[in-house]
Design a protein around this ligand. Structure first.
Ligand code: NAP
Length: 320
C-alpha cells in the first residue's frame, strides 16, 4: 500500500509517499480502506518533534480519516467489509491507503456524510464537545465566545453550541472565515485580529461577559479573556503556541476557572459517549463538517504548511 512515511522528525519535507507492506489485522482489529484523511495541527507538531508525544520512527502520521471496512479480525463483531466508517483513532496512521484500527474506535458514517467530511469529524468535533460540555459544563442559555471559530475545532464548536441552545459569538481573522462562521450558526461574528477585539467582544454581551470562552490561541488571548468573563465564567484552553502573562486577580474577582484540555486524556467511555452525541448530530444534520481544501495524499507536506497558516476555512483533507 502507499503511505506517507516519516523517517526523521523535522520540517514538512520529511513526509514522503512510499510503498510499504500493509499491516495484518489482529483478532479485535479492523482494516479500513481510507478514502479521506483529516489534517490536524497536532499532526504537524508531532512530525516537527515539538510535541510531548514522540512516535517510534519510522511512522505514518494521522489520527483522523474515513473510508470503507476492508477486512475484520476474527473477534471483531460490529462491522463487516463494505461498511462506511469514520475513525476516532488508528493503530498504524491514517496518511495511507489502508489503516488498522481497534474496532471500538470506528463509528458508522451516515450515508449523506461524504468521506471528506468524515475525515474532519473526530479530533475537531470531539475536542469541541469535550471542551464545551465535559470541561466547561456549558448549559443552554449561556453565552460562549469561540476565539478562533473558522478552523476545524472552531466550526465544530459553533455548530454544537448553536444546536445546544447557547448564544454563540465566533471569531475569524479573514472576511471569508467570518462569512463561514456566520453561515454555520454564530449569532455574532468578530475579528480576533482587530484592535480592541476584547472590548468589542465584551460589548456584544452588553457588558455582562462570557459564561464560557473556548480559546484556540491562549498565548495571545488568555490575559484578555479573563477580563471579559462573566461571574463564574470558564475559559477552556484548547490551543496554545507559547507563554502568556495573566493577572490572576481577574479570575479571583469572578470566581472564574481556567481549564486545560487535551483530547489524548479522554477515557474510552467518554470518547464513545461523545461520538454517540456527534453521530446523532450528523444524522439530524445539525453537525455538518466543512471541507475547505482537498489535496492528494502525496501533497501532505503542502497540507502541513497550510494548516499552520492564517486564513482557516474548515478542514484540510488528503485524498489517497
Ligand atoms: P485550524 O483549523 O488550523 O484553525 C486555527 C484557528 O485558530 C482558526 O480559527 C484561526 O483563525 C484561529 N486563530 C488564528 N489566530 C488567532 C488569534 N489571534 N486568536 C484566536 N484565534 C486565532 O486548527 P484547529 O484544528 O481548529 O485547532 C485549533 C487549535 O487547537 C490548534 O492550536 C490545535 O493544535 C489545538 N487543538 C487542541 C486540541 C486539544 O486536545 N487541546 C485538539 C484539537 C486542536 P483565522 O485563521 O481565521 O485567523
Amino acid at each position: 500500500m502507499k503511505a506517507i512515511r516519516v523517517h526523521e522528525l523535522g520540517g514538512p519535507a520529511v513526509m514522503r509517499l512510499e510503498e510499504i507492506p500493509a499491516p495484518a489485522p489482529g483478532p479485535g482489529s479492523v482494516f479500513v480502506r481510507i478514502h479521506a484523511t483529516g489534517v490536524n495541527p497536532v499532526d504537524a507538531y508531532i512530525r516537527a518533534g515539538t510535541y510531548p508525544r514522540k512516535p517510534a520512527l519510522p511512522y505514518t502520521p494521522g489520527i483522523d480519516g474515513a473510508g470503507v471496512v476492508e477486512s475484520v479480525g476474527k473477534d471483531a463483531k460490529k462491522f463487516v467489509p463494505g461498511d462506511r466508517v469514520y475513525l476516532t483513532g488508528s493503530l498504524s496512521g491514517t496518511y495511507a491507503e489502508l489503516t488498522l484500527c481497534d474496532e471500538w474506535t470506528l463509528v458508522s458514517l451516515p450515508p449523506h456524510v461524504s468521506f471528506a467530511q468524515g475525515a474532519g469529524i473526530h479530533v475537531p468535533y470531539a475536542t469541541a464537545y469535550r471542551a464545551l460540555f465535559h470541561r466547561a459544563h456549558a448549559r443552554p442559555g449561556e453565552t460562549v465566545l469561540i476565539n478562533g471559530a473558522s478552523g476545524g475545532v472552531g466550526i465544530a464548536a459553533v455548530q454544537i453550541a448553536r444546536a445546544a441552545g447557547l448564544r454563540v459569538v465566533g471569531t475569524a481573522g479573514t472576511d471569508r472565515g467570518r462569512k463561514l462562521v456566520a453561515a454555520e450558526g454564530a449569532h455574532e461574528i468578530l475579528d480576533h485580529k482587530a484592535p480592541g477585539h476584547s472590548e468589542k467582544a465584551l460589548a456584544v454581551t452588553g457588558g455582562k461577559g462570557y459564561d464560557v470562552i473556548l480559546e484556540m490561541l491562549a498565548n495571545v488571548n488568555l490575559a484578555n479573556d479573563l477580563t471579559i468573563l462573566a461571574l463564574h465564567g470558564r475559559v477552556v484552553v484548547i490551543g496554545n503556541r507559547g507563554t502568556v502573562e495573566i493577572n490572576p486577580r481577574e479570575a479571583m474577582g469572578r470566581d472564574a476557572a481556567i481549564l486545560g484540555m487535551t483530547l489524548w486524556n479522554i477515557s474510552q467511555p467518554d470518547l464513545i459517549s461523545i461520538h454517540a452525541a456527534i453521530h446523532a448530530g450528523l444524522e439530524n444534520e445539525t453537525l455538518r463538517p466543512i471541507v475547505g481544501q482537498e489535496m492528494p495524499l502525496s501533497e501532505a507536506p503542502r497540507a502541513h504548511v497550510a494548516i499552520m497558516e492564517p486564513g482557516s476555512y474548515g478542514k484540510i483533507v488528503l485524498i489517497p
